[in-house]
Design a protein around this ligand. Structure first.
Ligand SMILES: [Ca+2]
Length: 227
C-alpha cells in the first residue's frame, strides 16, 4: 500500500515536471529585433499621363518607340529563330469561285523575313482560317512568332499547333488571344512561349477565329524559335 502511494506521488511529480517543461517550451520566443528596413528612396511615383508635361509626354512616347525598336531588333536577329520556308492557307483573298488570287495576297508572301508583303485571308467574320508554315530545320521549339501588319487580326488567333517530324500535330495553345495591336510600331508580333518541346518541330499552324475580330487578316512573316 505504501509502495502504491509512493508510486502515485512519483508519477504525479514526473507529470508536473513534464507539464512544466512543456509550458516552458511553449513559452513565446522573444521577438527577434526587426531587421533594419531598407531605406525608402525618394523616387517620384510614375506619373499618370494627365500629370505629365508636354515634354514628358513626348519623351515617354519616344521611349515606347525605342522599346519597340529594341524588341523587334532582338526578334529579327535572334540566332535561335528561323523564318518560314513554305506556307499554305485555308483561304486567300480573291480565291472565290475558283478564281486565281493576286500574288499580292498569297500565303507565299509569309515565307522569309519581314518585307511588307502579306498573305490575306478571304473571310472577314465567317468561320475559321488557318495558316500553316514549314521550316527547313526541325528544332526542339520554345517559342513561335507571327508578324502581322498593324490591325486587330492578332486578337482573332485562336489556336497554335506544332507539327513534329512524324507529322503528328500538337496543340500548344488555344483560347482567346490577349495580344492586341501594337501601336508603337508598324507591325504586331504575336508571340507564344511554351516549355521546350520533347519532339522536333518542322511546321506551325495558326488558326484564326474570324468572328472574334472582324476584317481581313494579314500576315507578313513567321518565326520558329528553338535549337
Ligand atoms: Ca512577307
Amino acid at each position: 500500500m505504501k509502495k502504491s502511494i509512493l508510486l502515485i506521488i512519483l508519477l504525479s511529480s514526473l507529470c508536473l515536471m513534464a507539464c512544466h517543461k512543456k509550458t516552458e517550451e511553449a513559452a513565446p520566443v522573444e521577438t527577434a529585433p526587426k531587421a533594419t528596413e531598407a531605406p525608402v528612396l525618394n523616387a517620384p511615383a510614375a506619373k499618370t499621363e494627365a500629370e505629365m508635361s508636354d515634354a514628358e509626354k513626348e519623351m515617354a512616347k519616344k521611349q515606347a518607340l525605342m522599346d519597340y525598336g529594341v524588341m523587334e531588333d532582338t526578334y529579327m536577329n535572334d540566332s535561335k529563330a528561323q523564318w518560314a520556308s513554305s506556307a499554305k492557307a485555308s483561304s486567300t483573298f480573291g480565291d472565290d469561285d475558283g478564281k486565281t488570287p493576286s500574288s499580292s495576297n498569297v500565303a507565299d508572301n509569309v515565307v522569309g523575313k519581314v518585307d511588307g508583303k502579306t498573305w490575306t485571308n478571304n473571310n472577314q467574320e465567317i468561320g475559321f482560317d488557318w495558316l500553316e508554315l514549314t521550316y527547313d530545320k526541325p528544332v526542339a521549339a520554345t517559342e513561335v512568332r507571327l508578324v502581322m501588319p498593324n490591325g486587330d487580326a492578332p486578337e482573332a488567333i485562336s489556336k497554335v499547333e506544332l507539327q513534329d517530324t512524324e507529322s503528328k500535330w500538337h496543340t500548344v495553345w488555344s483560347g482567346i488571344s490577349d495580344v492586341k495591336n501594337d501601336s508603337r510600331g508598324n507591325r504586331t508580333w504575336f508571340v507564344k512561349t511554351f516549355p521546350k518541346t520533347a519532339y522536333q518541330v518542322k511546321a506551325v499552324k495558326y488558326t484564326m477565329a474570324n468572328n472574334v475580330s472582324h476584317g481581313y487578316k494579314y500576315v507578313d512573316a513567321a518565326q520558329l524559335v528553338g535549337e
